[in-house]
Design a protein around this ligand. Structure first.
Ligand code: ZN
Length: 151
């Protein structure tokens, strides 16, 4: 029995993970009002109301590839930054502006800001990023892209 145990310990020490990628993610929620002027006109499904401004708590999740395990990008700073981007899109709480954007469009808008950030880094490596935007945490969109400094 001890021989079996010793063998497994030895294997554990030599175990190495296969090559892969590491990403960090941050999440936040922002209040927003949006509408979709091209909402389906299906009487049976009755989603025509989506063309009128309506409120959601938009759940945002941003994932960005990192190259070391020692907080290359600080979660808390990224989260605050994501909040600022959210307010830039929806307006601050005192001045919410109805926006004609879907979750897909909002995710792409957020990723444009991430692209500016990645371009500002002194680093030519490619980074994957993905942004998830949902309406009240229920349904939404995920957009994934690859960034490099010169893109
Ligand atoms: Zn909606």
């Amino acid at each position: 029995m001890s021989m079996v145990k010793r063998k497994s310990v030895k294997k554990t020490k030599m175990l190495q993970l296969p090559e892969g990628t590491t990403s960090i993610f941050v999440t936040t929620q922002v209040e927003g009002i949006h509408y979709w002027s091209k909402a389906w006109k299906d009487k049976l499904l009755n989603v025509n109301y989506l063309k009128h401004p309506h409120r959601h708590m938009f759940h945002l999740k941003l994932e960005l590839q990192v190259y070391n395990d020692d907080r290359e990008l600080e979660f808390l700073v990224m989260k605050r930054w994501l909040n600022i981007i959210g307010q830039k899109i929806f307006g601050d709480l005192a001045h919410l502006k109805p926006i004609p954007m879907s979750c897909e469009m909002i995710a792409k808008e957020i990723l444009k800001e991430v692209q500016k950030f990645v371009s500002s880094l002194d680093d030519d490596r490619i980074r994957s990023a993905s942004c998830e935007v949902s309406e009240d945490g229920e349904n939404g969109a995920i957009v994934s892209v690859m960034f490099c400094r010169w893109s």
